[in-house]
Design a protein around this ligand. Structure first.
Ligand code: SF4
Length: 493
């Protein structure tokens, strides 16, 4: 009976039918796709021997910690909930954007869709009638993951959803106490904010025991840049040694995965306690990863680190392109304004000066273009103290990015996690001013051009390429038609 189950909603447990080329197209949460395409491509997770075969990396991390602590724990699919939940004492749910409050791209507005997708899938899980029944029999529900902070802003929903406890932050050092209380029917703290003193050391972080979706492997936690609006900044920077990373690569490789994603806030800073990359460490890490994966991508790199030492992009890509045709990464551009940069994220440019920011972006994107890196770049609206002049500079920057192969995402400013400063949760385009709307139009035009150009790399080896090509044409037509209607409406106002 003292069984602990872990799960996540259908969209997060989805492995895109093990098609990495599809998941790249979805980068993020699939926000740029119409709901009907998203629903079509989200599949039910594979279950083997009673447990889900691939799960989100963060969920695997907490599963591993609980196993190492000696608990009886299984990660299951939502499809197993009806059968298994009545024998569970604790259900841990991983969340990313459960209430739709995380960064959302305004481009979705051109599909006439609101930020309902993540909420829809989370709701489907949490409102499951079998969970409600199990709650009456004493089940404790604990929420964790990157999206847990959203409940802090909506505490009323906890009772409505039957949630007993929400853990915000890295949970390795607090989970034992919470699970012990839950198993012994003791009252749980409603919200647990993991403090700086409770941040786990490398030894406290367990290695995953079962494979992760998309072969995702974390190579470190924390970030040395300390942007004012970012929660990551508050945790210590820790890089995992290669031996720790290799254990997880082996788990994924044995499961049959041939590809994977290296995750860190800046992969180019691997192994460093400063903002200067060490080329040997990065190339060694890539070499190690290529021993196990045929194909790799990175979650994040930064403009500054990619330029901080000579020929870093060229040397990294020389090694990566031995096995694959391109590399997908995510980078934060955020603004074209030096003043705004200085106010909110001065260290983003280190070891360079803020005045060099726009030229750094042009140089880095140019090198990425030439070396087959396809960056997904965020542009943030509504940063604290943003002025009209700041927005005009961002518009100017976007106009100058025309010739670079990249995808631009204008997103709303969200003070992540525990930030108490000015907040701006709305992702409704109607609330944007004329310059911000113009930035959205420009980003969309840019993205359509470059997605059309790049899709040949994404799908050239896929047997579904004709279907994907057709879907992408419909998707782009839908965008174009809606933008034209939207512009007409604006003129008539
Ligand atoms: S560079 Fe990115 S991860 Fe690092 S503090 Fe800034 S926003 Fe956060």
């Amino acid at each position: 009976m003292n069984k602990i189950l872990l799960t996540a909603d259908k969209s997060l447990l989805n492995d895109f039918h093990l098609k990495q080329n599809i998941s790249q197209f979805f980068y993020g949460s699939g926000d740029l796709l119409p709901s009907w395409v998203f629903k079509l491509l989200v599949n039910n997770p594979k279950v083997e021997n009673g447990i889900v075969k691939f799960a989100p990396y963060s969920l695997r991390k907490i599963e591993a910690k609980l196993i190492d602590l000696g608990y009886n724990v299984s990660t299951i699919s939502h499809t197993q909930v009806p059968k298994l939940i009545q024998n569970a004492k604790v259900l841990g749910i991983h969340s990313v954007n459960p209430l739709g409050m995380a960064f959302n791209t305004y481009l979705r507005n051109f599909l006439n869709e609101k930020s309902e997708k993540p909420k829809y899938f989370f709701n489907e899980l949490i409102q499951n009638k079998y969970l409600k029944k199990a709650k009456k029999n004493g089940l404790k529900i604990i929420i964790g993951g990157q999206g847990a902070w959203q409940f802090k802003h909506n505490p009323d929903l906890l009772a409505e959803y039957g949630i007993d406890c929400v853990i915000i932050g890295e949970s390795e050092l607090v989970i034992d106490d919470i699970i012990t209380k839950a198993l012994n029917d003791k009252k749980l703290p409603t919200i647990v904010n993991v403090s700086n003193k409770q941040i786990p050391s490398l030894d406290d972080i367990s290695e995953i025991k079962y494979p992760s979706i998309s072969g995702c492997i974390e190579i470190g936690r924390g970030c040395p840049r300390h942007c004012k609006f970012c929660e990551v900044t508050k945790t210590n920077l820790r890089w995992y040694p290669k031996s720790k990373i290799e254990k997880e690569l082996i788990i994924n490789k044995i499961s049959g995965l041939k590809y994977g994603i290296l995750h860190a806030e800046d992969v180019f800073l691997y192994g460093q306690n400063s903002v200067i990359p060490n080329k040997k460490k990065i190339l060694d890490l890539i070499g190690l990863t290529q021993k196990y994966y045929q194909n790799i991508h990175f979650t994040h790199i930064s403009v500054a680190s990619s330029l901080a030492i000579p020929d870093l992009i060229e040397n990294v890509m020389e090694q990566i392109l031995q096995n694959q045709d391109y590399l997908v990464v995510e980078i934060g551009i955020e603004t074209g304004s030096v003043d705004l940069l200085k106010k909110n994220m001065e260290s983003k440019v280190k070891p360079f000066n803020p005045e060099q920011w726009c030229n750094m972006i042009y140089e880095a994107l140019g090198k990425m273009h030439d070396n087959m890196i396809i960056p997904f770049c965020s542009i943030i609206f509504g940063l604290p103290n943003e002025t009209i002049s700041d927005k005009e500079k961002t518009l100017e920057l976007i106009k100058n990015l025309k010739e670079f192969r990249c995808v631009l995402f204008p997103v709303n400013y969200i003070p992540l996690g525990n930030q108490k400063e000015q907040r701006r949760f709305s992702d409704n385009m109607e609330e944007l001013d004329d310059i911000e709307k113009e930035i959205c139009f420009r980003c969309l035009d840019h993205d359509i051009k470059w997605i059309n150009n790049s899709k040949k790399y994404f799908y050239k080896k896929s047997k579904y390429r004709f279907l994907i090509d057709l879907l992408s044409k419909i998707w782009i037509l839908q965008y174009k038609r809606n933008v034209s209607n939207y512009k007409k409406q604006l003129k008539n106002k």
